[in-house]
Design a protein around this ligand. Structure first.
Ligand code: NAP
Length: 497
């Protein structure tokens, strides 16, 4: 289930955000601590507004203290008095009360009041310091204390913390399969616990309305969860796929693959998996039974150690951008950057064999480009800011070619049949790595950058009458190659690994 955390500064704004997100949510958390004026009159207005929500949507009542990441910084007695009034006036389904507060006389009185009104109590802990090693034991203690739902939110400082969270969830499930709990990892590296709440033993995932004032670190919008990250399909137990990287939440891959899965009526969910530690990540992939993974910066090289089968380009490049599962802890590595780079050139009927190409850049993407061009019999010149990096690239691929600095004289004079731009220069929409490079109408100019869709180099090439290829075409072609590898692994109910 998806729970919208309201962030509005007034009852009106809060209920408006519920209304505009209602198609994606199952419940909401009314966050009184976000209101600018928390008075009895505001609570009465909220009660009126809640009555206009038809059909009714269940909700959690929360007035979070600033020490727990909320916006309430006033006296504790007043907070508890407001919560008591809100219980009376708003009739929530749940009230969120902090574990520590429930140990006090005031907290106990609130607890009893909630019970009298048949409001379920979420007993919560928020740890902004990290993920404690003994999380399993702490959760057990929390669950043993009075309350209906145990909520433990920890800060995920690294992927190893996510493993701890998952282990605590599994332990709790074994101890009490019927127990109601919410376990989540705050921060970007905890995203997977928000995309797959069921796998982490949680009743629901919290999401925030679009906008700047996000409810908590790492929260996504309800629409993103449902549309970009296939939350409903994942919750229904569909086979799982993901893009692994860091950072990776901006990646276009989830939107692409989930759209393709839906178009082809295949049961599957494709997530974003931000991670910093490859060993912990590979273990999580097994625990969560992921079937296919797209790999991006900075993990393309590190995944090699976990592959049981590698296709020749993976071997030659020392990098894989696609993993497909062949068994428990068994993966095949593929590199779809190579066919993805070549596909638009084939569409444009570009003659590669025997032609002269200039590759600008010598980073990770350039490796796949240079490898692909050599395989096609193209004569390659590399131009890179750091010449030694270009030379190392050629050496590691075991091929011969020319390497120039970006200011070298030949780049002012020579004509190339194909110019491939692989540096990040141009992402600002303003700069070019080699602004003095001559471009003729006979050249093919290929910039692999896909944001912005048209770089200054592409605009200049188009003005010169050259054939242009933009980076989105490579992105889509490599994603389509990946999809053809993922397709046979989707659509059936998950098998035990
Ligand atoms: P990378 O490994 O970090 O390499 C970056 C390259 O850019 C290096 O050659 C670097 O030169 C050069 N560079 C960076 N800043 C520079 C500057 N200020 N002046 C001159 N050169 C500069 O990155 P990557 O993985 O190869 O990715 C590069 C670009 O390709 C990114 O924009 C990425 O989004 C894009 N890409 C697109 C696709 C697609 O499907 N369309 C696929 C992969 C990558 P030095 O060696 O001198 O540092």
């Amino acid at each position: 289930m998806i729970c919208l955390t309201t962030t509005g500064g007034s009852p009106e704004e809060a209920i408006d955000s519920v209304r505009s997100n209602r198609q994606w949510i199952d419940l909401f958390e009314l966050r009184l601590d976000r209101w600018e004026l928390l008075e009895e009159s505001a609570l009465r207005r909220a009660a009126e507004l809640l009555r206009t929500l038809e059909p009714r949507i269940p909700f959690v009542l929360t007035l979070r203290r600033s020490v727990d990441g909320g916006g309430y910084a006033g006296p504790e007695e007043e907070r508890q008095e407001r919560l008591r009034q809100a219980l009376l006036l708003l009739s929530p389904d749940w009230i969120d009360l902090e574990d520590e507060v429930l140990e006090t006389a005031g907290g106990l009185t609130l607890f009893e009041e909630a019970k009298r009104r048949e409001v379920a109590v979420i007993r919560s802990v928020h740890d902004f310091g990290g993920t404690p090693e003994d999380l399993g034991e702490r959760l057990e203690r929390l669950e043993a204390a009075p309350g209906d739902v145990a909520k433990y939110a920890v800060t995920t400082g690294g992927t190893a913390d996510l493993l701890l969270l998952h282990a605590a969830a599994e332990e709790a499930r074994r101890r009490d399969p019927a127990g109601s709990r919410i376990l989540l990892g705050m921060g970007t590296l905890g995203t997977v616990s928000r995309l797959l709440p069921g796998a982490f033993g949680s009743l629901w995932s919290y999401a925030s309305p679009p906008g700047e004032r996000l409810g908590a670190p790492g929260q996504l919008t309800p629409r993103e969860l449902v549309e970009r990250f296939a939350f409903r399909e994942a919750a229904a137990g569909a086979p799982l796929f993901a893009v692994l990287g860091n950072p990776v939440l901006h990646s276009g891959s989830p939107a692409y693959h989930n759209r393709r899965f839906r178009e082809e009526h295949l049961e599957a969910a494709y997530l974003a998996f931000p991670a910093d530690d490859i060993e912990a990540t590979m273990e999580l992939f097994d625990r969560l039974a992921l079937r296919g993974v797209s790999v991006t910066i900075p993990h393309k090289e590190a995944v090699l150690a976990y592959l049981d089968e590698r296709e020749p380009s993976v071997e030659a490049l020392g990098a894989a951008n696609t993993l497909t599962r062949t068994g428990a802890q068994r993966w095949r590595g593929t590199n779809t950057d190579v066919p993805g780079f070549l596909a638009p050139l084939r569409e444009e009927r570009t003659e590669l064999s025997g032609s002269r190409a200039l590759v600008i850049g010598a980073g990770g993407a350039a490796r796949a480009v240079v490898y692909a061009l050599f395989e096609e019999g193209t004569e390659v010149t590399i131009a890179n800011r750091t010449v030694s990096r270009g030379e190392a690239l050629l050496r590691s691929l075991g091929v011969r070619g020319r390497v120039l600095g970006l200011d070298a004289a030949p780049l002012r004079e020579e004509q190339f049949d194909l110019i491939v731009q692989t540096t990040s220069v141009g992402m600002d929409g303003e700069s070019e790595p080699v602004p003095h490079l001559p471009i003729s109408g006979e050249s093919v100019v290929y910039d692999i950058i896909y944001t912005p869709p048209e770089t200054p180099l592409i605009l200049r090439a188009r003005a010169a009458g050259a054939t242009v290829i933009t980076g989105d075409r490579m992105f889509r072609a490599q994603a389509a190659e990946q999809f053809s590898l993922f397709r046979p692994l989707a659509g059936e109910s998950p098998k035990p690994l």
